[in-house]
Design a protein around this ligand. Structure first.
Ligand SMILES: [Zn+2]
Ligand SMILES: [Zn+2]
Length: 277
């Protein structure tokens, strides 16, 4: 029986764009985006990057489960773990799947059908026997997956759209803001509105401010911009996330060192880490 007051986020994948396992990324981790958020005995999963595979293996050991899977968006690095999520193949499991960037042209069910379609994948989505419910919404709407869990959302600035989330439980909050691009000198008001006063904000920090000018319009932000937003919105703990696959452990250490000077108490996400608001 879970502790009803428990509220935490665990990182199963912290990397952006492509998985990059190996000796260079051993400490921070090589899997792409996947978070486990627990609100008492409720299980919320954010994104289905390659990190989802290991989370699925852990859940299989615990018997039947019910979970909500929220997509920031459906670029490949955020969905490629979905076909390898073992709990989705068990008939006694239930999964609600949410996305806020696809309507009105598409639905999340359609996108996942494509993902597992011949000749891209050996078995179709029908092979997954869990009870699946698909919940498309429009970023900006407030979601209430459970009566004691409120999720506020906002649209992000990303090619093909993306959704930022703020999970509120027992008076505390965890925000998940990826993938998104900033406009230098113009703080994103959608994001500031969503993260204001939050306990934990996990933010797309793919680049550094020095690297950003050669990646304009690629849809990503910098750790310095994340720190500026966290400061402007009075955020308690700012978390660097969606690491560039070319940034090895030593590079990530140097970001952590610089960040500690600018905003002490900030965290550079590592695979396997758990944070409590
Ligand atoms: Zn991404
Ligand atoms: Zn993306």
């Amino acid at each position: 029986m879970a502790d009803q007051d428990a509220f935490f986020v665990r990182f199963w994948g912290v990397r952006g764009s492509i998985a990059c396992p190996g000796p260079r990324t051993m400490r921070y981790g090589g899997n792409t985006s996947c978070l486990e958020v627990r609100c008492g005995d409720r299980l919320l999963i954010f994104d289905a990057g390659t990190g989802l595979h290991s989370l699925g293996s852990k859940l299989m050991a615990n018997g039947a489960m019910q979970a909500d899977l929220f997509f920031s968006h459906t670029h490949f690095d955020h969905i490629c773990g979905f076909p390898f999520f073992a709990p989705a193949f068990r008939p006694d499991n239930a999964l609600r799947i949410w996305a806020g960037h696809l309507l009105p042209e598409r639905t999340v069910r359609e996108v996942l059908i494509y993902l597992m379609m011949d000749p891209l994948f050996p078995v179709p989505i029908d092979t997954m026997r869990a009870k699946m419910t698909f919940c498309d919404f429009v970023a900006g709407e407030e979601l209430s997956p459970y009566e004691d869990v409120t999720i506020r959302t906002a649209p992000l600035n990303h090619p093909n759209g993306a959704t930022g989330y703020r999970v509120e439980y027992q008076g505390k909050s965890i925000c998940y803001i990826t993938d998104t691009e900033h406009v230098p000198g113009h703080p994103d008001e959608n994001i500031i509105g969503l993260i204001r006063g939050a306990d934990i904000v996990i933010y797309d920090c793919t680049y550094t401010d020095d690297e950003y000018p050669s990646h304009v319009n690629w849809g990503h932000s910098t750790w310095q911009e994340g720190a500026r937003l966290a400061e402007a919105a009075d955020v308690k703990t700012f978390v660097v996330f969606h690491h560039d696959p070319d940034h090895d452990d030593d590079f990530m250490d140097s970001i952590a060192t610089q960040l500690a000077k600018i905003r002490p108490g900030s965290i550079v996400a590592q695979e396997g880490m758990t944070l409590r608001p």
